[in-house]
Design a protein around this ligand. Sequence first.
Ligand code: AP5
Ligand code: MG
Length: 214
Amino acid sequence: METRLILFGPPGVGKGTQAKLLAEQFGIPHISTGDILRAGAMAGTELGKKAKALMDEGKLVPDDIMVNLVRETLASPKTAKGFILDGFPRTIGQAKALSAIFKELKITRFQVVNFEVDDEEIIRRLANRLICPKEGKIFNLEFDAVESGGPCPSCGTRLIQREDDKAETVRERLRVYNAATKAVIEYYRQQGVVMTLDGTGTVDVVNREIRMML
Ligand code: AP5
Ligand code: MG
């Protein structure tokens, strides 16, 4: 049976970390709109350049751009056995557009995993996050044996802090989440597809909880 998940929640709640684990565990693709935009920015594509300016300020990229990007990605045969959507939808407009895409693709079954972690812990997690710019792997200074500017444990690339993980940009991202994104969960509650999860446990504990819920 296909596993189709939408991981939902504020920045830094652990969506990317769990999406990568679940993608491996279920053998299905991880579709992170943030990762796609960051890869475009690194490659210097038109979309990447436009998106980077907004991302670095903690603002959302316009709905039409994001919807086209997700429509193309979901139409790929790679998603036939399912997918994990991370970072989309982020506005009611995107959520409605995704419903239309699901209709076009005849997708009727999917679940939304709603992560909850308080703002203080989010700020702490993002202040300590490092990523591998090559593979997008995610680390944390508090519990992974990594250092800023040090090598990625899996490929050796120099680890960096995300541009939008500066304290003032994190505050703006949380503001944008509360103003534009949070309400999307109501859209899905009305469809009866939401599973809410306490995201404060360790990475392994949260992973086990998600798999038990499914
Ligand atoms: P995006 O890349 O999606 O960022 P985000 O939603 O802000 O979420 P993050 O990636 O910051 O957090 P996460 O929940 O993935 O946490 P992670 O697992 O890394 O989007 C970036 C930007 O792109 C947006 O601001 C916007 O500009 C643009 N964009 C993207 N999609 C868009 C869309 N649909 N519409 C418009 N614009 C869009 O974990 C964080 C840290 O915590 C890590 O260090 C990790 O190791 C650690 N951690 C993870 N789990 C745990 C745990 N259980 N316990 C302790 N630490 C943990
Ligand atoms: Mg992420």
